[in-house]
Design a protein around this ligand. Sequence first.
Ligand SMILES: NC(=O)c1ccc[n+]([C@@H]2O[C@H](COP(=O)([O-])OP(=O)(O)OC[C@H]3O[C@@H](n4cnc5c(N)ncnc54)[C@H](O)[C@@H]3O)[C@@H](O)[C@H]2O)c1
Length: 370
Amino acid sequence: MAQETGNAPVRVDLGERSYDIWAAPGCLNQIGEIVLHIVNPTRAVVVTGTGAVERYGRLAADRLDEAGIPTELLRLRSGERYKTLRAVERLYHGMLRSGLDRKSVVVAVGGGVVGDVAGFAAGTYMRGISFVQAPTTLLAQADAGVGGKTGVNLPEGKNLVGVFHQPRAVLMDTETLATLSARDYLSGMAEIVKHAFIRDADFLDWLRWNADRLDPARRDAAALAQAVRRSCEIKAAVVVADETEAGIRAVLNFGHTVGHALESLGSYRRLTHGEAVAIGMVAACRIGEELGITPSNVTMTVRETLRSIGLPTALPPGMEPEAVARHMMADKKATSGRPRFVLLQELGQPVYGVEADAAAVLRALERSRE
Ligand SMILES: NC(=O)c1ccc[n+]([C@@H]2O[C@H](COP(=O)([O-])OP(=O)(O)OC[C@H]3O[C@@H](n4cnc5c(N)ncnc54)[C@H](O)[C@@H]3O)[C@@H](O)[C@H]2O)c1
């Protein structure tokens, strides 16, 4: 990693749909000028959540108003269980009431749920209008805020309905992370180290050297901006190479095949997404060991890094390897009922689409009990 990546925005180069990501402490204050300059909309709706995040939604709405953009604030109930078509429908009605037309903009200020729901509403309202994102959780800054995936859950499963709808601009204000719960903060850290594991061993070293500044108790906004920016650069490079996940974008799912199964087994309440992915990354390394792909020292580094951050690396008590394996079969990314894995050949060198026989997976999961 270039240790100092500067304050220049990260460019996501997708031709006509290219956009910039700003990651800096306090950058939410610039949202009025940025939206005016890039979108120049007739009106705006800021979509935010309920609770602590609402203040950032109000701040963004005030800044947009000050920039001369007529703006209304719409709130979504916070929580994964409100990531539904019903929530999208309520947004459509709010957007119509506010007079949004085809030249208006939807601005999402909140975590991944707000971003996914508001992005889906923007991508489908009047066949798609402009969308700007200001993610306020570490998970959304490191991951969900980049790449244009939007959508909602169905009772049958997560993210089963959605569209690719790239934002026009993304603002990641790392000062907003100060109010995040320690658990949500660590959940985002899992995605940041995931990007280091799959793409950049130097970034991993940088994260270790800066562990004190990134500690949940300290949350140094400048160090966070650097970590978020590098994370976005890594994700953006992968997205640019494969926008709609026909191939290489799959590497971003490192740890997710097992992780999704764990989240689902815990009814999406027992583990956060990041916790499940952390356990999943170690399990994937062990599957890689079983298949002769991942060297054991890589597994050790992955496990020790996650543990030192404070993330779990073992299956929670009561989650049995057989049950985890069964849930993996139901993963929507499993082709013809066989789960596929992203495995590490070395730090920074993933392989994707790897099928593993059931016995190897079970052995690896057995070893993941501790
Ligand atoms: N689109 C993508 O590419 C992508 C990628 C990864 C995850 N996701 C989705 O993201 C969602 C998870 O996102 P998340 O972890 O941000 O969860 P979340 O959106 O539910 O946010 C977690 C909690 O933090 C609160 N919150 C948000 N910002 C805050 C702040 N600054 N201070 C205090 N509280 C704050 C929220 O109101 C919520 O209660 C999942 O639905 C997942 O499917 C999408």
